[in-house]
Ligand binder design. Structure first.
Ligand code: ATP
Length: 234
């Protein structure tokens, strides 16, 4: 469904992504890992239309989406969450998710219904009328996932949804990713919490200094000398 070919992104001479190529199939769960500054968030920004790549092409469902806007990417079915949550703090949880639902449901009543379903899906129904600012970090992360799901994506990009969560919450987040997969939605997950991502990813992509250094099953990349060296800083 997603084909990235030779993608590069430079900021004033600083190369954040270099010659990255990979494919994502329908419904796949992809873990995207790499040391700090490796270029993971930049890659997300290119895929979701927040950055225009300097080189390379991105095709989604057979359509060239290189350099498209975030709105166009969302309309085609790519949704994302952010490393630092970007929920609308003064709006309630339900209203936040309705913002996502309005992409496909122009009638408010329909958007509300859709938003209620997604809040239930992430386990936040009981917080529907709570202002987002009163939610815990873990709840705000789930709220972002609900808002992204409300846009009815085919591919969801999850940026560190497990960071800062306790072990129970990490297990809940893993279960949520699995349930997203069961809906037939593909996911690419940036994650530093290895015990959260390794058991659920079908495939892992590893970036180091902006380049892809490994692409394989979690077991394969755990044994990969280049990956071990990148993490040990050798
Ligand atoms: N908008 C920008 N302008 C200039 N430089 C940027 C910009 N965004 C990212 N960079 C730089 O690109 C490099 C890759 O950053 P990026 O945030 O993509 O890495 P990351 O792998 O997501 O890191 P982390 O794990 O710390 O979130 C870094 O050197 C960063 O400083």
């Amino acid at each position: 469904m997603l084909a990235v070919d030779g993608l590069g992104k430079a900021f004033d001479g600083l190369v954040a992504n270099r010659d990255i190529s990979f494919i994502v199939h329908h419904g796949e769960i992809i873990g995207l890992i790499g040391p700090n500054g490796a270029g993971k968030t930049t890659l997300f920004n290119c895929l979701a239309g927040f950055h225009t790549p300097t080189t390379g092409r991105i095709a989604f469902e057979g359509q060239d989406i290189t350099g498209s806007t975030p709105e166009a990417a969302a309309a085609l079915g790519i949704a994302r969450t952010f490393q630092i949550v970007r929920v609308f703090q003064s709006m309630t949880a339900l209203e936040n998710v309705m913002v996502g639902a309005m992409l496909r449901n122009k009638r408010v009543a329909e958007a509300r219904e859709r938003a209620e379903d997604e809040l239930a899906f992430v386990g936040l129904s009981h917080r529907a009328d709570t202002p987002a600012s009163d939610l815990t970090v873990s709840e705000q992360k789930r709220l972002e996932v609900a808002r992204a799901l409300a846009t009815e994506p085919k591919l969801i990009l999850l940026d560190e949804v497990m960071a800062g969560l306790n072990p129970t919450e990490v297990r809940e987040a893993s279960a949520l990713v699995h349930r997203i997969h069961q809906r037939g939605i593909a996911s690419i997950i940036v994650e530093h919490v290895m015990e959260g991502i390794m058991p659920i990813a079908h495939r892992m992509l590893v970036l180091d200094y902006g380049a892809k250094i490994a692409d394989g099953t979690p077991a394969e990349i755990a044994e990969n000398p280049a990956v071990i060296a990148a993490y040990l800083g050798e």
